[in-house]
Design a protein around this ligand. Structure first.
Ligand SMILES: NC(=O)c1ccc[n+]([C@@H]2O[C@H](COP(=O)([O-])OP(=O)(O)OC[C@H]3O[C@@H](n4cnc5c(N)ncnc54)[C@H](O)[C@@H]3O)[C@@H](O)[C@H]2O)c1
Length: 455
């Protein structure tokens, strides 16, 4: 099938590459010329395990191309994915201006034939109909320019909501091994096209677990599909805030949240995923999606109290590492704190709304010097959004002269650092383990005083 994916970020690029891998003829469009140039040269603009290799083989097979020319993309695609960003506005609402620009551009470039326009961006509930309206507006404006005002366009299209559930860091794996595929539309024809598109994934042809039953498809209406995405992320964020609340109580009563999480996680109604206590959730999705749902509820005169509490717990949790540093170091002014990890989770280069950013800001405010080492950020030279922190190129340089270390991101490589060597380079060897990730005994044997979160 001929596919066009518009927006080549974490979602768009992975979607485009994986659809090419399963046999479709894909063109990925981005309005960032630099990015397009980079991708055309075979390089991925984002860090995502497995993506560059797959991208290279799909380009070589001739099934994947990149361009900044939206009209060429619209002409090429039978299915047009909108996968641009929907960042949060200061009010908590989603900023849908990029989706709007793309929808208008699609409308202006529709010529003839039938197209399925797919919202893969996470968009506020009701956006499916809104996108339809904007596409028609775009088409109408183009007709006007051509002196054909009022003449209907020859092209036909339907809108589908197909929310994305991939996780940064395992995005390729998640695309080939989805838990479910959600398709929302009022058009039977569009839903049939989408099912055909995803058929190789549904039958697990590219899965790591080909013998599992087919991937469930949830066929629903536009608004329910949009709501499924918000509800899923809000549930997961709330689950983390829940275990963090339990961890804070554990800290006070002397219980161990890791054992508590194990004990409750074995209950099949609860499950053991997303029960790791720590310094809270962040990234480009949870914070903005929970805020957007709260905002939508507000628009309909409903106060989403549980979601608001999940956000409040998370905001407090982000600076819990500071409280712990104050407990061990007392005054932070004039002290040097080293952060192990910067990204909001391991195996990504994404710093959007990472807890590290709040911690750096707060430590700076309190007069501490902040250094950091992150396996990807330190190497790639990517420093966007980072101020008030010295980024070191290796963990031992990070430890040198520090009064305490704080583990921010649970990168696997942090299990095997030479902690004994690092402890010797520090003024005082305190480790605040913000993810309860390291082994207390190992750290203590290396000379550290270890402090966990509720552990
Ligand atoms: N990142 C995730 O893990 C994730 C997971 C699920 C859903 N989502 C949702 O998917 C959407 C995309 O997220 P992302 O993280 O990939 O965003 P991103 O910011 O990484 O990428 C967006 C891309 O769109 C491009 N773009 C913007 N305007 C454009 C235009 N007019 N024409 C062409 N390209 C344009 C940008 O240059 C950028 O490359 C968001 O709505 C997000 O909420 C993200």
């Amino acid at each position: 099938m001929r596919v066009c994916v518009i927006g080549t970020g974490y979602v768009g690029l992975v979607t485009g590459v994986c659809l090419a891998q399963i046999g479709h003829d894909v063109i990925c469009i981005d309005n960032n010329e630099e990015k397009v140039k980079l991708m055309k040269s075979g390089q991925s603009p984002i860090y995502e395990p497995g993506l560059p290799e797959l991208m290279k083989s799909c380009m070589e097979s001739g099934r994947l191309d990149f361009s900044s020319d939206l009209s060429a993309g619209v002409e090429h695609g039978e299915v047009l994915f909108i996968a641009v960003g929907t960042p949060p506005l200061p009010t908590g609402e989603s900023d849908t201006r990029y989706v709007e620009a793309v929808a208008r551009g699609i409308g202006a470039n529709l010529t003839k034939g039938y197209k399925v326009i797919v919202n893969k961006s996470t968009v506020p509930i009701g956006s499916g109909d809104w996108v339809r309206m904007i596409v028609l507006d775009g088409a109408g404006e183009r007709q006007k320019e051509k002196g054909l005002a009022g003449t209907p366009i020859e092209a036909e299209f339907d809108v589908v909501s197909n929310p994305e559930f991939l996780r940064e860091g395992s995005a390729v794996y998640d695309t080939f091994n989805p838990d479910r595929i959600v398709l929302g539309s009022n058009s039977k024809k569009a839903l049939e096209v989408m099912q055909e598109l995803y058929q190789p994934l549904v039958v697990r042809k590219y899965s790591d677990h080909p013998s599992l039953p087919p991937v469930p498809i949830v066929l629903t209406d536009l608004s329910s599909a949009e709501m499924i995405k918000y509800a899923a992320n809000s549930f997961l964020a709330t689950k983390i805030s829940f275990i963090n609340e339990i961890a804070n109580i554990c800290d006070r009563v002397g219980a161990d949240v890791k054992q508590v999480a194990e004990g409750i996680g074995l209950d099949s109604r609860i499950g053991n995923k997303f029960l790791q206590a720590g310094i809270g959730w962040g990234g480009s999705c949870f914070p903005k999606d929970v805020s957007a749902l709260i905002h939508t509820a507000d628009d309909y005169n409903y106060e989403a109290q549980l979601l608001k509490a999940a956000v409040e717990v998370n905001n407090r949790q982000r600076t819990i590492a500071i409280d712990k540093l104050q407990q061990v170091l007392k005054i932070l002014k004039g002290k040097t704190v080293g952060l192990l990890g910067l990204t909001f989770k391991p195996d990504t280069d994404d710093l959007r709304d990472a807890p590290a950013l709040n911690i750096i800001q707060e430590l700076n405010r309190l007069g501490a010097k902040v250094k950091a080492y992150d396996p990807i950020i330190s190497q790639s030279g990517m420093r966007h959004g980072l101020t008030g922190v010295i980024v070191e190129t290796d963990p031992e340089l990070l430890a040198d002269g520090c009064d305490a270390l704080v583990l921010i991101t649970d990168w696997t490589q942090f299990h095997t650092l030479d902690y004994a060597k690092m402890a010797k380079k520090m003024h005082s060897a305190f480790m605040i383990d913000g993810r309860n990730f390291l082994d207390r005994k190992q750290l203590e044997a290396a000379g550290f005083q270890y402090v966990g979160i509720g552990h």
